[in-house]
Design a binder for this molecule. Structure first.
Ligand SMILES: O=C(O)c1cc(=O)[nH]c(=O)n1[C@@H]1O[C@H](COP(=O)(O)O)[C@@H](O)[C@H]1O
Length: 267
């Protein structure tokens, strides 16, 4: 799905919600009897009208072995072509290896995008950006406490945090039609700065719900005229008493935010 298709769906749904499909058999309702595919299908059925994207995190499927790979493929096939699909795998290796990670995400799984760690540099990210019609979503400022260890650090004498250097440099490798950045909702106080650094790129924003990120602040400081945000919730929807109602609640908040911060897309 290209950027135009993504923005069109955001306008149609009045939502920039991404539902994270991180199924934990220990947390699934007992009625599913451990059937991860059936659980995913029921979550997709309940949420598809309120979201524009799904983000299966491959860890939850890899942990299930061969069955998990099949469930992941079938889940993505079940989502269909009307939603943007992000394989959250946080890959990145020497170019020759990244090419095969890209093949897995885009050809084997049929995802639209994959999350990528930038640490190994341009040749490790390039193979994802070289794929026609597909997206790389590069980690910029993550939602976890460990983001302080490297991402927030500054080199003596330049006062520029590492995440800002990463965003500036990575933005030279791919235009906003093919490249997004991961910016955690728990870092909402940095969103004005993040938006200044990359005014036109979409941000994938995980960390609302269980991690306590601030959706209102993310919208206020992070939206741009094309919306510019995909906000993810995984556990907050998957394990809600009513996943459909949880997704609808977020969709309504997003619709309000669109009215305020990108009225030209609002209905
Ligand atoms: O790349 C990600 O999606 C990601 C980046 C980040 O900084 N923080 C983060 O939580 N994530 C992922 O987003 C999802 C968040 O899940 P919940 O906290 O359950 O909503 C998980 O799949 C995480 O692996």
């Amino acid at each position: 799905m290209d950027k135009e298709g993504l923005v069109r769906r955001i306008v149609e749904k009045q939502s920039f919600l991404c539902v994270g499909l991180d199924p934990d058999p220990d947390k699934m309702p007992p009625s599913f009897n451990g059937d991860v595919l059936a659980f995913n299908r029921s979550v997709i059925d309940a949420t598809r009208d309120y979201c524009v994207a799904y983000k299966p995190n491959t860890a939850f499927y890899e942990a299930l072995g061969i069955d998990g790979m099949l469930i992941l493929q079938e889940t993505i096939a079940y989502i269909g072509k009307d939603h943007f699909v992000i394989a959250d795998a946080k890959r990145g290796d020497i170019g020759n290896t990244s090419r095969y990670y890209a093949r897995f995400a885009f050809d084997t799984l049929g995802a639209d995008a994959i999350t990528v760690a930038p640490y190994m540099g341009a040749d490790s990210v390039g193979p994802f950006l070289d794929y026609p019609g597909k997206w790389a979503i590069v980690l910029a400022l993550t939602s976890n406490s460990g983001s302080a260890d490297f991402q927030h650090t500054v080199q003596e004498g330049d006062n520029v945090p590492l995440y800002a250097k990463v965003m500036r440099r990575v933005a030279e490798w791919g235009d906003p039609d093919r490249l997004m950045f991961v910016c955690g909702a728990t870092q909402a106080e940095k969103f004005a700065e993040l938006r200044d650094l990359c005014p036109d790129h979409f941000f994938l924003v995980p960390g609302i719900g269980v991690q306590g990120g601030d959706l209102a602040a993310v919208c206020r400081y992070g939206m741009n005229p094309s919306c510019g945000l995909l906000v993810n919730s995984s556990r907050g929807i998957l394990y809600a008493e009513d996943p459909g109602a949880a997704a609808r609640g977020l969709q309504r908040q997003m619709q309000e935010a669109m009215k305020k911060f990108c009225p030209e897309l609002s209905r």
